[in-house]
Write a new protein. Sequence first.
Length: 505
Amino acid sequence: MVRKTVALVCALFLIFVVSCPVCFAAGALSEVNIGQAHIYTDLLHTYIDLTDADGNRAAQPDVGYVRGVMDDDLLQISVIKKFTDTGEGTAYIFLVDTSGSLSGSQFEKFKAATKNWAAKMGESDRMAVISFGNEVKTLLDFSSDKAQINNVVDGLSNNDGRTRLYDAVAEGLSASEKRGADIPKRKVIILLSDGENDASGGASRDSVIDLTKKHMIPIYSLCTSGKNSGNGARFMDELCELSHGMFFDISKTSVEDVYNYSYERLMNAYVIDFKYPSSKTDGAMHSLKISVMENGTEFSDTRELYMEKPTESAVSAVTNNAAPAAGEEENSDMNGVSKTTILLIIIIGVVVLAALVGIVALVVIMNGKKNARNVPPPQYRPIAPPPQSPAGEETVALGAQPQMGAARENNGPVFKMTDINSGEVFSAAVADSIIVGRKSDCDIVLRDGQVSGHHMKITRAGSGFRASDLGSTNGTIINGTQISGETEINRGDLILLGTKEYRAE
């Protein structure tokens, strides 16, 4: 009887899960990232990553929980959609280091992974390939011909001498400006290199940084070493921070896994359209902040947009992104099912499951009483210790963030800092050191788009603390001075991180 009841519960639960995928498809929101924005005469068309703690797509928010602000002006939201529901394509610009910086095996894996990427491309997608060594060469303009893409990739060699990385990034950003009826508005740069620029002449590092700030193109960097291993890797990480892209260390993660994760992340983006004041298209930089409220917590991201005067209307370019017509239910998901209906399904499912669980519990209790006298005495066995990973190895799933804070012992003196404007207090125990930054794996997490992912390190020094910058984009400023090495922090010191100032307690 018990087995039949349990089987029935499992079957009903499986039916409920299958019939209501909305409930289980996405995790709780952890991060907002403004990937790119395209300016139309009547709409600001943005591509947004809303991800959970594991880097997967979070649930789609209702319009009422999303807020857009440009400078100090509140923007009116037109629509929110999954990118895959818009019918748009993506133009991928692959920048490939052919100077010999990559090992032969890495390069062959890159070629295979790139052809696999091309195989996934939809009809509206395009790919361009630019190689760089002694020279920067555009080997393929934007194309959807997969056989042509494969031929170009197969023809790549890995022995072109010195590296013109800065020129290659500049060329990739220039290619992103190309317009055409068959070239998607959304563009992404995929950069494969060790980050070193050892060729003389050409673009400078600073000029490339300025170009990256001006363009609104995310850069996904695949580097052969960790972001703190040298100037080249730090440069590639800085490009990712400025462009709101992603940095990957392929010396620890396979190219295939990085490409698969990157492709899925790009496909899992959301599109949010805003109506904006026409006065903003003045050829200057403007600050865009997009916030999403979930369970009383605000998650936001800020990026600078270069607002040129647009010439194209979204009416013809983004026909699928029209707002709901009068009389239509605005509070609906992408399949036209109202949120009220979805909520009702969830409530009914929960009630049914609770009732079935109660029946199972009652049957188990009654059956247990009936057979209590026939229960044999327990046989005790020693508990085997859990299997241990080989010494020195650490495995982190791609897309998940290593839990830096969780790995430290929760003891030692407490470091506190208070937002001098809001009064919000941030604190963490410092056994040895802690990390302060924007990413969720930090010990102290700051929701500020101008704060780097891993921004500042706090180290225990006797009964006090010392601070050091972790190569952040905007620097760490203590009492008005930008620090360059380990700096002692005293109570009352003012620490400027991103757009906010904190007082050390």
